[in-house]
Design a protein around this ligand. Structure first.
Ligand code: CP3
Length: 354
């Protein structure tokens, strides 16, 4: 078993005692950091950063040099899988991700295969291996993937969407086509995350950014069912340690019991639910990750500390909490405010762990 100098993040997910509450930030590497913007300008674009293991490693390390973070997260993107399936991922400035060959029908679904993680996606595994070497046991490394439903929204819509009309049309008019796509995606995610674990990821997270746009029944059938398949298919122990899996569906406060029942280790919360309520509902089964509104990082350091104190008080005296933002950090947040947030979590949480 590789020694870890700081294993608070893993201990909180195992619900073992910690000295203070661990914290990391969704999208902690990225454009709010001037050193990231500089490196991206040199590399040319975002995908070139992802596809170069040395640069992806450097970007992963940037926030850890600035802040006292308890985990590193692989610098990559959820859309690497559809890109490897041949959909042609590109980024249009200001418009987010796009695909030049989106999925429109059953024939398109039949054409795509399960990407080989040590083939088309080997650049991701190389980044994981490089980051683990560079981290040298300082903090654990989180690997990640998108959920099948969230990946399918980008693949069918051809990019970011507001109303999800194309994928919902497929869901209601041609459900078998969508199920065939989701099933291939679930198998791809299992093989991709297991390869990240073998390459050195010590925990994995599944981002279901768009599960919350579904009806309660469709959430079960088109999103959660496939995340369940992933949880069941993952390597849960590696290098003598449990590899915790965290599921995060944004806007899913009403479905927490069902998410916790998948057998995952951690459930990610956005900011639309009180953490005390979430703990009362599922805190006996899983650890919780969250749940400060990322926009709070625009406030003064005093206001940020106050919010951190409120969330810590809501969770109360026990382990099983990984502090985080309820979604990704905004790109125009002052880095000092992120630092004030992280320090506040460590400092103000100590009395809860005496
Ligand atoms: O957290 C981290 O530091 C790790 C890196 C990470 C990125 N994307 C880097 C990135 C992670 C975990 C993701 C996940 C991701 N990607 C999700 C799920 C989480 C969420 O935010 O809901 C989604 C939906 C995507 C798809 C995606 N990739 C979008 C919508 C965008 C554009 C968003 C934007 O802010 O422009 C990306 C691009 C992207 N992924 C960037 C980064 C740092 C910005 C690229 C750049 O312009 O430099």
């Amino acid at each position: 078993m590789t020694e870890l100098k700081n294993d608070r993040y893993l201990r909180a997910l195992y619900k073992q005692p910690v000295d203070c509450t661990p914290v990391w930030m969704m999208r902690q590497a990225g454009r709010y950091l001037p050193e990231y913007r500089e490196l991206r300008a040199q590399a040319g674009d975002f995908l070139s950063l992802c596809k170069n293991a040395e640069l992806a490693c450097e970007v992963t390390m940037q926030p850890l040099r600035r802040f006292d973070l308890d985990a590193a997260i692989l610098f990559s993107d959820i859309l690497t899988i559809p890109d490897a399936m041949g959909l042609g991922l590109y980024f249009e400035t200001g418009e987010g991700p796009k695909f030049s060959r989106p999925i429109t029908c059953k024939a398109d679904v039949d054409k795509i295969g399960i990407p080989d993680p040590e083939g088309e996606l080997q650049y991701v595994m190389n980044a994981v291996r490089t980051i683990r070497r560079e981290l040298n046991g300082d903090v654990p490394l989180i690997g990640f993937s998108g959920s099948p439903w969230t990946l399918a929204t980008y693949m069918v819509e051809g990019g970011t969407s507001k109303a999800f009309t194309k994928i919902k049309k497929m869901m209601y008019a041609e459900p078998q086509t969508l199920h065939a796509l989701l099933d291939k995606l679930a198998d791809s995610v299992i093989s991709y995350l297991n390869a990240q674990i073998k390459a050195g990821a010590q925990s994995v997270m599944v981002f279901d950014t768009w599960g919350g746009v579904l009806t309660p029944r469709d959430y079960n059938d088109f999103s959660l069912q496939y995340m369940q398949k992933i949880v069941d298919g993952l390597i849960r122990e590696n290098d003598g340690r449990r590899v915790p899996v965290t599921l995060f569906t944004k806007n899913a406060g009403m479905w927490l019991e069902r998410i916790a029942a998948t057998g995952c280790d951690g459930v990610g919360l956005d900011w639309t639910i009180n953490i005390a309520d979430a703990k009362a509902r599922i805190g006996d089964k899983v650890a919780l990750q969250g749940n400060m509104d990322p926009s709070m990082l625009y406030a003064s350091p005093e206001r940020i500390r106050q919010e951190v104190a409120t969330i810590l008080e809501g969770f109360g005296e026990s382990t099983g909490h990984v502090f985080n933002l309820g979604h990704g950090i905004h790109l125009d947040v002052p880095p000092e405010n992120a630092g004030a947030f992280i320090d506040a979590v460590h400092e103000l949480s100590r009395p809860y762990h005496d």
